[in-house]
Design a protein around this ligand. Structure first.
Ligand SMILES: C[S@@+](CC[C@H](N)C(=O)[O-])C[C@H]1O[C@@H](n2cnc3c(N)ncnc32)[C@H](O)[C@@H]1O
Length: 222
């Protein structure tokens, strides 16, 4: 981490941004997350702080932030084009309740301390379906513990995927972790989208290829 408490992007291969996207990207500094933003705030109990990891083009975080102006939304993404797309929406709608961390979510979590988040969303993380690539999956034993550390007690963690092996992997790792409970109401619970859920862009692409989405919800214990 550098002295400004900011982390550098790790994403290498990417299509270049268009001229307009480059321009909107310059507004990142206005919305960039820094640690003082959370620490120096006087939160009323009504305000929730939510974190989306890997927001893609940001359509879910944008819609939720617009609908819930009192809540604070933090989004992490290392895809520059996605960050530019979210910035455009923020600027067009003059939203004041989204902060962006442009960089690697693992690095963010490594350097983050404090119990802030009421909810964390990980919608359709990169699936890395090949066995030899499993280590690249976002969900690992260590990341589950780290997510737990930054969440408020009884906070909710949402993880969806249309890769069944990712879902099985996630459930097996959460099963070995005693700091979360899986909030499944029945054995088909994972087929039910979350309440008030909008549907993500990646999910829509999958649906067009007949890929079925699965939805897991965990609660931090105590
Ligand atoms: C499969 S896409 C899904 C995007 C979005 N959540 C959706 O459902 O449409 C996964 C996203 O996570 C981002 N991502 C993956 N690993 C990340 C990491 N370690 N830090 C930040 N972003 C990450 C990728 O750049 C990509 O935009």
């Amino acid at each position: 981490m550098n002295s400004n408490n900011k982390l550098i992007s790790v994403k290498g291969r990417e299509r270049p941004l268009s001229k307009k996207q480059k321009q909107v990207f310059l507004s990142l500094s206005k919305y960039e997350f820094d640690f003082s933003f959370l620490r120096d705030r006087d939160y009323s109990k009504k305000n929730k702080i939510l974190l989306e990891i890997g927001f893609g083009s940001g359509e879910i975080i944008f819609k939720e932030a617009k609908k819930n102006p009192k809540n604070i939304f933090m989004g992490i993404e290392y895809y520059r084009r996605g960050v530019a797309q979210l910035l455009k929406k923020i600027e067009d709608h003059n939203l004041k309740n989204i902060k962006i961390f442009y960089g690697d979510a693992h690095k963010f979590l490594e350097n983050f301390s404090g119990i802030f988040f009421d909810e964390i969303w990980l919608f359709f993380p990169d699936p890395w379906p090949k066995k030899r690539h499993e280590k690249r999956r976002f969900i690992q034993k260590e990341s589950i513990n780290k997510l737990n550390e930054v969440m408020k007690p009884k906070g909710n963690l949402y993880i969806s995927s249309d890769d069944k092996s990712y879902i099985a992997w996630t459930l097996s790792l959460f099963n070995q972790n005693n700091r979360f409970e899986w909030l499944a109401e029945n054995n088909l619970d994972w087929e039910n989208p979350y309440k008030d859920y909008h549907g993500s862009r990646y999910e829509e692409k999958g649906l067009r290829k007949n890929k079925k989405p699965y939805f897991l919800k965990f609660r931090k214990l105590n």
